[in-house]
Design a protein around this ligand. Structure first.
Ligand SMILES: [Fe+2]
Length: 257
């Protein structure tokens, strides 16, 4: 089977430019919905190869997502610090609290994810290896989050993290479970992270976040252009992040064959 062949047609980034002209609230949500659909379709095409990867390449793919979960938490704290008091700030504060394990360090989501990685055979040394290109993307997001105002940050991390991330994770989970090695070792794999992030809890988070962001835009319509810019930026960054992962892990796997 030619993994490279399977990879290439799937990798073009969806072109999701913001609609030109003045954007209103409904126009923005329409753009966001279309972006989510395009992301879902792209994720599905990309992830189809997962079930056929050698187990080492599969481990590398899963390891890279770890760095996203870690940086998401610190970016979310920056966003919570910047936002004005209100529903969105309180909701994102609650999500941050959950991400950090609600006071229990071993329940922090990166810790839960590390247990999943260990259960599929990722060693403590291997789990520290972030692709340099993805390190650059994550650092870029953090510096933009620091430099820009809260509305941009809401688009960049408030929406991107909750909406696009969940889409990719659900698709990844679906394909991951089809992998022969994963199927053979299902009983010994720690699935807690996936139970949290691909189930009802994450769908509820997404819906609550959307409502709180909608209220935020209603209260401050001037925030919309910046928010939309942040969201557009987040889509591009997120797609590049996964493109880098697949190029590094899947291409290498096809060269070895
Ligand atoms: Fe999480």
């Amino acid at each position: 089977m030619n993994l490279q062949k399977n990879l290439n047609p799937a990798l073009s980034l969806p072109v999701m430019p913001l609609p030109s002209g003045e954007l209103d609230r409904l126009g923005f949500w329409q753009f966001a919905d279309e972006a989510k659909e395009a992301t879902e379709a792209l994720a599905d095409r990309r992830m189809a190869v997962i079930a056929e990867l050698p187990v080492d390449a599969l481990r590398q793919v899963c390891t890279q997502y770890r760095f996203f979960t870690i940086d998401y938490i610190s970016d979310l704290s920056l966003l919570v610090a910047k936002l004005p008091f209100g529903g969105l700030r309180s909701l994102l504060g609650r999500i941050l609290h959950e991400e950090l394990g609600e006071g229990a360090a071993d329940k922090a989501h990166p810790a839960i994810y590390d247990r999943f990685l260990a259960s599929i055979g990722v060693t403590p040394e291997a789990r520290e290896r972030c692709l340099p290109a993805n390190r650059a993307i994550l650092s870029g997001l953090t510096s933009e989050m620091s430099r820009r105002g809260p509305a941009f940050g809401v688009g960049l991390r408030g929406m991107g993290g909750e909406c696009l991330c969940q889409t990719y994770l659900s698709v990844l989970f679906e394909h991951l479970r089809k992998h022969p090695w994963i199927r053979a070792n299902d009983a010994s794999i720690d699935w807690e992270f996936w139970t949290i992030h691909t189930g009802e809890q994450d769908i509820i988070h997404g819906e609550l976040t959307r409502q709180a962001i909608d209220d935020y835009i209603r209260e401050d319509p001037d925030a919309l252009p910046e928010l939309a810019q942040g969201y557009e930026r987040s889509i591009t960054a997120w797609n590049h992040f996964w493109q880098n992962i697949f190029e590094a892990s899947v291409s290498r796997a096809s060269e070895v064959r």
